[in-house]
Design a binder for this molecule. Structure first.
Ligand code: PLP
Length: 451
């Protein structure tokens, strides 16, 4: 494709498109990068560059690009029944088959799913659902949800409010009332001199303090990602989740485990909750549910919660595209691929240990203060001083590194000065070697810039 064509697309972007999460000033000055096709773990841009996608799109293309079976599933379903809704006591086979397939892979005792169109809609749904649940149980005052600073739960009003991204709160007078936040279990960034486990307990205990501050009879639920993704792949210390569970049990508070990133194999288990041995009450899901081939999300709900909802009569909530038949057919086929090709098992036994071994080697690099990871997730903390964890000040080292990656055929994301990866689950060990070689080269180029 010619330059002229790229420039034409960039002009269309500038003249007609308002893209999500983009700095409009710099985007319009530099022009958008145009991605035109993809296969396996690779993307191609309009200039013909081949790029290793170490983010699986936005943490979602779990089975990799170019799976014909998913295309077939969508076209078959479009011919058979392209649309019908699930409102007013109707249903259709793809949504029902998918609900059953999800129940077969989710943690024990979680056998029902409410379908949505995205992860954000799933989190709007949990907010309404947990408040509705407590109202049915005769405790309507239990409606406050506690989330975490730097957590991410989506971009709708409820999603932003439940999340703890301060820049997002700053736009549009958010969070809405009835949402509280506590600190994240980010040992490298906020743990100071404490050892990780002592820090894990300390941040978990903030939950109890917040419950007592707000009033123990007012808290409906605690929402958290098993591992924070968008916040910078923040893996809680081992002591964190058991302490959180203990506190939630003590005060009879629901646990919402946001599995939008961790779900469908990302940690080497089907769900992040399986990885940590957690038993959540509600699990928002999306992304890996369809491997991103088509939009879909949902909320998986524990049996006891469903029993109460059943007693409550009509739940006045739903989306036109809840359980969309084409999305459901694609999700069902995606789950079939994950199961039959034993992709999650392969990640756990083979590719994740290999990735994590190679990833840990990056800790020796002069720029890297910590290299951490779980399953098919990884993070690098870029620092000025490895010993003291001192950061570079105002030099945008993360963005520089990200730009070097783009220029060297690699998509890696920067969260401040934390570089993160989340490659397709089907990545091979050879492709992991290529990924590591590229990361190392980009770290070297970034280190050169910082001299
Ligand atoms: N929850 C988590 C943990 C996420 O990472 C995301 C998106 O990145 C969402 C919710 C929102 O999902 P969506 O972008 O599909 O609305």
């Amino acid at each position: 494709m010619s330059d002229t064509q790229t420039q034409q697309w960039q002009a269309m972007s500038r003249d007609h498109h308002l893209p999500p999460f983009s700095d409009y000033k710099t985007l319009n000055a530099r022009g958008a990068r145009i991605i035109t096709r993809a296969d396996g773990v690779y993307l191609w841009d309009s200039e013909g560059n081949k790029i290793l996608d170490a983010m699986a799109g936005l943490w979602c293309v779990n089975v990799g690009y170019g799976r014909e079976e998913l295309v077939e599933a969508a076209s078959r379903q479009m011919r058979e029944l392209p649309y019908y809704n699930l409102f007013f006591q109707t249903a259709h086979p793809p949504a029902l088959a998918l609900a059953k397939a999800i129940a077969e892979i989710t943690p024990a005792g979680m056998n029902h799913v409410f379908f949505t169109g995205s992860g954000s809609e799933a989190n709007d749904t949990v907010l309404r659902m947990v408040r509705h649940y407590w109202a049915i149980k005769g405790q309507p005052e239990k409606k406050v949800v506690i989330g975490r600073w730097n957590g991410y739960h989506g971009s709708t009003v409820a999603g932003v409010s439940l999340g703890g991204m301060k820049a997002m709160h700053g736009q549009g007078d958010l969070p809405i009332p009835g949402i509280e936040h506590i600190d994240q279990p980010y040992w490298f960034g906020e743990g100071g001199d404490l050892d990780p486990d002592a820090f894990g307990v300390q941040v978990a205990e903030q939950l109890e303090r917040k419950i007592l501050e707000v009033g123990e009879d007012k808290i409906a639920a605690f929402i958290a990602e098993p591992i924070q993704g968008a916040g910078g792949v923040i893996i809680p210390p081992d002591s964190y989740w058991p302490k959180v569970r203990e506190i939630l049990d003590r005060y009879d508070i629901l646990l919402i485990a946001d599995e939008v990133i961790c779900g469908f194999g990302r940690t080497g288990e089907w769900f992040g909750s399986d990885y940590f041995g957690n038993a959540p009450d509600l699990m928002p899901i999306a992304k890996g549910l369809t491997s991103g081939y088509i939009p879909m999300g949902g909320v998986v709900v524990r049996d006891e919660v469903v029993q109460t909802l059943n007693e409550g009569g009509e739940f006045y909530h739903g989306f036109t595209y809840s359980g969309h038949p084409v999305a459901a057919a694609v999700a069902l086929e995606n789950i079939r691929i994950l199961r039959e090709e034993r992709i999650v098992e392969r990640v756990k036994a083979h590719t994740a240990p290999y990735l994590q071994k190679r990833w840990a080697e990056l800790a020796e690099h002069p720029l890297v203060g910590e290299a951490r990871g779980v399953g098919m997730l990884g993070a690098l903390e870029l620092v000025k001083d490895k010993k003291t964890r001192e950061r570079f000040t105002d030099q945008g080292v993360g963005m520089r590194c990200r730009d070097h990656c783009f220029d060297n055929g690699l998509v890696m994301r920067a969260v401040g000065d934390t570089m993160i990866i989340s490659p397709p689950l089907v990545i091979s060990t050879d492709e992991i070697d290529e990924l590591l070689a590229k990361v190392r080269r980009c770290l070297d180029l970034t280190a050169k810039d910082m001299r």
